[in-house]
Design a protein around this ligand. Structure first.
Ligand code: PEP
Length: 250
């Protein structure tokens, strides 16, 4: 059965000293016998020192992005095996900030998901509609396209190493959270898409996280929904206390 997962996305925040001390504080407060899978995604330059602080803690390391080529003249990009070599086991793919600010397309996301799987990195595939798309009742059309593209070329046996994060763009970093009912409806829809692409057993084994202004105050009711299997946490993951409370809620 699918696992509960809480992932911290530190985005472009912290410096070397604050990243390592944040990792140490989270490590100290984390209960190793927790049934929740926890991972931290620090900025790329801090992957190695944060990974060192997490060794033996049961907390995994994730990248915020990757490129899909193995190597080459791609200035500024990071290959999947480079991430593996510094201890990453997860990589966020297609975060809405990458899609909207850096013009990442569904094709890029699909290539990155495939590259991640080929290199034994678990992709956390971000999908979600913008405010305008929700107002125009396009939410399900958008989710359908994003999920179909992201899982293109992924075999059933590989699909369960993928994690999906439903992140309505209007809720990310805005303080606006989807109600548990709205989030559950979208998660249910995503699960059904996965059933139709694969089968019920496979879909039931894929964790679907919610992301978008999750805080200690709203985590519990979101995570109580049957198809919400944890969270991708941005702002609140920069506070060890808030992040640990959110892990407890999961
Ligand atoms: C995110 O970074 O994916 C995110 C959900 O951010 P926040 O929790 O700050 O809305």
């Amino acid at each position: 059965m699918r696992r509960r997962i809480v992932a911290g996305n530190w985005k472009m925040y912290t410096d070397l000293a604050s990243a390592t001390s944040l990792a140490e504080m989270i490590r100290e407060g984390f209960n190793q016998s927790s049934s929740v899978d926890v991972l931290l995604c620090p900025p790329t330059p801090f992957l190695l020192p944060v990974g060192e602080r997490l060794e033996g803690s049961g907390i995994a390391l994730g990248a915020q992005n990757l490129y899909y080529k193995k190597e080459g003249a791609f200035t500024g990009e990071i290959a999947p095996q480079m991430l593996r070599s510094v201890g990453c086991t997860y990589a966020i793919v297609g975060h809405s900030e990458r899609r909207t600010i850096f013009g990442e397309s569904d094709y890029d996301v699909k290539m990155k998901v495939n590259a991640a799987i080929d290199h034994k990195l678990r992709p956390i595939i971000c999908v979600g509609e913008t405010e305008g798309e929700r107002e125009e009742e396009m939410t399900y059309k958008v989710l359908n396209r994003q999920i179909r593209e992201a899982f293109d070329g992924i075999f059933k046996e590989e699909a369960t190493s993928c994690v999906v994060a439903y992140e309505p763009v209007w809720a990310i970093g805005t303080g606006k959270t989807a109600t548990p009912e709205i989030a559950q409806e979208a998660h249910r829809f995503i699960r059904e898409l996965l059933v139709s692409k694969y089968d019920q057993v496979t879909a039931d084994n894929i964790s679907i996280l919610y992301g978008g202004s999750v805080k200690p105050t709203n985590a519990q009711e979101l995570f109580a929904q049957p198809d919400i299997d944890g969270g991708l946490i941005g702002g609140a993951s920069l506070s060890s206390q808030d992040f640990l409370t959110i892990i407890d809620a999961a």
